[in-house]
Design a protein around this ligand. Structure first.
Ligand SMILES: [Zn+2]
Length: 384
């Protein structure tokens, strides 16, 4: 299984990564991963606290009682492997080919977890008298509903007055090479479920019917042409996308009584969800239309301003790769949306994400070793 060019297989991060991958922790099942992490952290002098909510396991671990608090965060759950036949090797048996480690969760994000635990071990060994506190926040509910995971842990911490100053999330943020992109924020995500009501009728007698498709068409056009904003230094312009429209009863001579549609906004910090909803309603209300709109907010946008944490992360990466990372807010949502609102600076840094959620997901073994050094360096720059 091991090719001659596969160095680093003895590295503690890789050993830990193997252990984690062999636990098939399909969301929201943690499959014992957090017990392994807690064992390591307890040995390091962390106080480990299980924080289960519903069927979701969460782990909060802290070393130290004073501030500031530097927290490493992530998730043990993975998405299902999907089409088994297309995997070249067992998705839950780490397999090395050409310096890459293939398995479900290898990039998203068990390598992030393994790297941060070993980074903390190295850091504490060298700086057992560090300032402030180290913390680790792990959930098994990031890939699923994300209701009983990080969100609930943050609520519980806030309720007892425990504050996280800085958080490094180990999500796979790199695009082509390790550390080329870090996330300093994420766009918000707001979905709308629309129903337009009309009156069904004969296509030849439109005056006797009320076609909801015709009612909605000009509004849809307007929603597409409105300039929601121009974005800002860190965010692209807000985007509106329709993902589904249905109407019609399947007969060519009948206009329908109802239309339903779903759409989604990915929005910048120019908006909050209330403002965006109000703007959409004002567009609908300017037309003669009988409609109902239900909303689902996945997360408000957040942005971590340039400061000590972004500087430390940039320096830690530059020292390894020779290049400063791009500070970006692209990609989907992440658990950063739950951590940031508590007044926490959040930066996400992890391995290359080109294979995440796909069959034959992999991570470059050398990158996991480098990532370990980066995390360790961030801790040094923040807490010594
Ligand atoms: Zn992830």
């Amino acid at each position: 299984m091991t090719a001659p060019d596969d160095n680093h297989l003895e590295h503690p991060s890789i050993a830990l990564l193997f252990e984690l991958i062999r636990r098939p922790s399909i969301t929201p099942d943690d499959a014992g991963c957090q017990d392994i992490l807690a064992e390591h952290l307890t040995r390091l002098g962390f106080e480990c606290e299980a924080m289960p909510f519903g069927d979701v396991k969460n782990l909060w671990a802290r070393r130290g009682t004073s501030g500031p608090v530097l927290c490493f965060a992530g998730h043990t759950d993975v998405v299902p492997p999907g089409s088994d036949g297309e995997w070249q090797s067992d998705p839950f048996e780490p397999t090395v080919r050409d310096g890459n480690l293939y398995a479900r969760g290898s990039a998203d994000m068990k390598s992030g977890l393994a790297a941060m635990i070993v980074a903390l071990e190295n850091f504490v060994e060298a700086h057992s008298d560090h300032t402030g506190s180290l913390a680790v926040l792990i959930t098994s509910d990031e890939e699923g509903r994300a209701r009983d995971g990080t969100l609930k842990v943050i609520e519980a911490l806030q309720a007892r007055g425990e504050h996280i100053d800085w958080c490094v999330l180990g999500e796979p943020t790199s695009q082509s090479t390790l550390g080329d992109i870090v996330r300093v924020g994420r766009r918000g995500s707001l979905s709308g479920m629309l129903t337009v009501r009309g009156v069904q009728g004969h296509v030849a007698y439109p005056q006797l019917a009320d076609n909801p498709i015709a009612r909605f068409a000009p509004i849809l056009s307007e929603l597409h042409t409105v300039e929601w904003d121009q974005g800002n230094e860190f965010f692209p312009p807000t985007s509106f996308q329709v993902v589904d429209i249905r109407a019609g009863i399947g007969a060519p001579n009948v206009t329908p009584a109802e239309l339903s549609a779903r759409f989604n906004f990915r929005y910048s910090t120019v908006w909050d969800h209330e403002g965006l909803k109000a703007k959409v309603h004002s567009i609908f209300d300017a037309h003669d239309i009988d409609y109902e709109l239900k909303w689902h907010l996945s997360g408000e946008p957040f942005l971590t301003d340039a400061g000590k944490l972004t500087e430390a992360v940039t320096q830690a990466i530059s020292e390894q790769t020779g290049e400063a990372p791009e500070l970006s807010t692209g990609g989907g949502t992440s658990d950063g949306r739950f951590i940031s609102p508590a007044g926490t600076d959040v930066v996400e840094l992890g391995p290359v994400n080109s294979s995440i959620h796909k069959v034959n997901e992999y991570v470059c073994i050398d990158d996991v070793v480098k990532l370990t050094t980066m995390y360790q360096r961030i801790a040094e720059l923040m807490l010594t």
